[in-house]
Design a protein around this ligand. Structure first.
Ligand SMILES: *Cc1c(COP(=O)(O)O)cnc(C)c1O
Length: 496
């Protein structure tokens, strides 16, 4: 039997996994979710000796079950190969009192690579399956990491184009340089005067614009999404939760079957939602700890049941979490309503019109598998210094948010369950904040000086993803108002 995915806003809108991957978002504005929890054989006596690729194959085969075994094997082999600079793909490092799951060994040294290195293969395989010969245009809003990782995945993939929008002043210098130097005949990078939420809102509007969709079809093209709303992003992320657990069983750190916690630095709620699905398929997870920076809309939501995006927006040192509308939360809301498309639509309409919604007390009570807290800029900096002092290990600001929040969780609960910090970026991606947290700067250093300094301090070699950047020519320098995004897309695609 094939696993069916349904839209969170219209349950009659049903597709298979490959169709959902091809479409990205549901055309009714909802997100695709599985209609049931697939059966995954989580036998850790076997899995503890499995490679990352084997664990990924197990998870993908269950959730994307209209792909053949050969198709899954093709995708996995091409995604998780030597482009990762660590053979384990997602190594688990033991620090004092916590385990850090390093998800930053791919092309762009951030965790988006875990899913975006496989998404182009899943998408082109899905297109072939369905005899789609239209050009697939990937439209993406990025808070810094998705854009580069998506372009790295899709650059020069035949039959595809990719357009990336990023907030001009909302990403780190390294992140911006990674994007503006991207090569590829089929890539377009555009900065907007606005923040990530503006970019994301306008991208969603283009997906839901029927006239534009028809125009695309008339021109032999169709949109798809590489954003974390695509289940082709979500499902591959479930694999590393299972893999981390297997590694802990293997090392003897836990007994097979014992609970562990995960602390996840959260923005769009994609990563931690994959943890939620991992728990649904039976992975023994105690708490999923949702860690935010000063943009703490999720902390308030988990504590009060009210989601309220009407608040100041902060540009922080963990820009990939500078988000006020966490799109993937809609999937959790849908499940909390007992899979009600009507109730979910009402809440999302409320969010769109008033910027806020409130869930019922019963729904809030069901969120007891989550814990939520945030860390401010001073706490992040202090955590980077503390982890370095204690472990001689350098965390990036996003990972440090998670570590700082975990410390607060420990202090509040005294829960001694072994805990994995989901480590989402290499410190080399954010050298300024990291080096500033560890030494005194003159303020004159450029990014090149900073990564050299970081190399000296940390003793870990500069990743190739960063050394390649220096001297790379800037190929994209367009900046437009957020309101001109659709016009820019139409111009680039030469729609008529
Ligand atoms: C995207 C990103 C996050 C947030 O992940 P979500 O899935 O959006 O919650 C955290 N850290 C880094 C480094 C990221 O790139």
């Amino acid at each position: 039997m094939t696993l069916i995915y349904q839209s969170t806003r219209d349950k009659t809108n049903q597709v298979t996994a490959s169709q959902a991957i091809l479409q990205g978002l549901a055309t009714d504005g909802g997100l695709y979710v599985p209609t049931e929890v697939p059966n995954v054989a989580l036998d850790f006596e076997t899995l503890k000796n499995a490679s990352y690729q084997e664990v990924a194959t197990l998870v993908l085969s269950a959730f994307l079950d209209d792909f053949t075994a050969e198709e899954i094997a093709y995708c996995v082999e091409n995604a998780y190969d030597s482009k990762f600079d660590d053979a384990a793909i997602a190594p688990l490092v033991k620090l004092d009192g916590q385990y850090n799951l390093e998800l930053f060994h791919g092309n762009t040294i951030a965790f988006k690579d875990m899913a975006l290195s496989i998404l182009p293969y899943l998408m082109t395989t899905a297109a072939k399956k369905h005899g789609v010969d239209r050009e697939i245009v990937i439209l993406t809003a990025t808070s810094g990491d998705t854009g580069k990782a998506a372009m790295a995945g899709f650059a020069d993939v035949p039959g595809t184009k990719i357009v990336v929008f990023y907030p001009k002043d909302g990403v780190s210098k390294i992140q911006e340089h990674q994007m503006t130097t991207q090569v590829g005949e089929n890539v377009k990078v555009i900065a907007i005067d606005g923040n990530f939420d503006n970019a994301q809102t306008n991208v969603k509007a283009m997906f839901n614009n029927e006239a534009l969709r028809d125009k695309m079809l008339a021109n032999g093209k169709q949109f798809s999404s590489a954003n974390s709303m695509n289940i082709g992003r979500l499902v591959p992320q479930i694999a590393y939760y299972v893999y981390a657990y297997a590694q802990l069983v293997k090392s003897g750190a836990i007994k097979n079957g014992a609970d562990i916690n995960f602390t996840v630095p959260t923005g769009n709620f994609g990563n931690i939602l994959a943890g939620y699905y991992a728990k649904q398929i039976g992975l023994p997870i105690g708490k999923l700890i949702c860690a935010s920076n000063e943009n703490n809309v999720l902390t308030d939501f988990f504590r009060t049941g009210t989601y309220d995006k009407n608040r100041d927006f902060f540009v922080t040192s963990s820009p990939s979490m500078d988000i006020l509308v966490s799109s993937n939360l809609e999937r959790l809301i849908f499940h909390l309503t007992g899979d009600s498309d009507v109730a979910t639509s009402e809440l999302m309409t409320s969010l769109n019109t008033t910027g806020t919604y409130k869930i019922t007390d019963e729904m809030l009570a069901e969120l007891n598998g989550f814990y939520a807290e945030f860390a401010d800029e001073a706490e992040i900096s202090a955590q980077i210094a503390a982890t370095f002092e204690g472990d001689h290990y350098v965390e990036d600001p996003h990972t440090a948010v998670a570590s700082a929040v975990y410390k607060k969780y420990l202090a509040e609960t005294q829960d001694t369950t072994p805990t994995v910090i989901v480590s989402t970026a290499s410190p080399y991606k954010f050298p300024k904040v990291v080096v500033e947290s560890l030494t005194i700067l003159t303020g004159q250093e450029d990014d090149f000086d900073l990564v050299k300094k970081l190399e000296k301090i940390s003793g870990t070699p500069l990743p190739k993803a960063v050394s390649d950047l220096f001297g790379a020519p800037v190929l994209h320098d367009t900046v437009i108002p957020a309101t001109d995004m659709q016009a820019a897309v139409e111009a680039y695609l030469v729609l008529d």
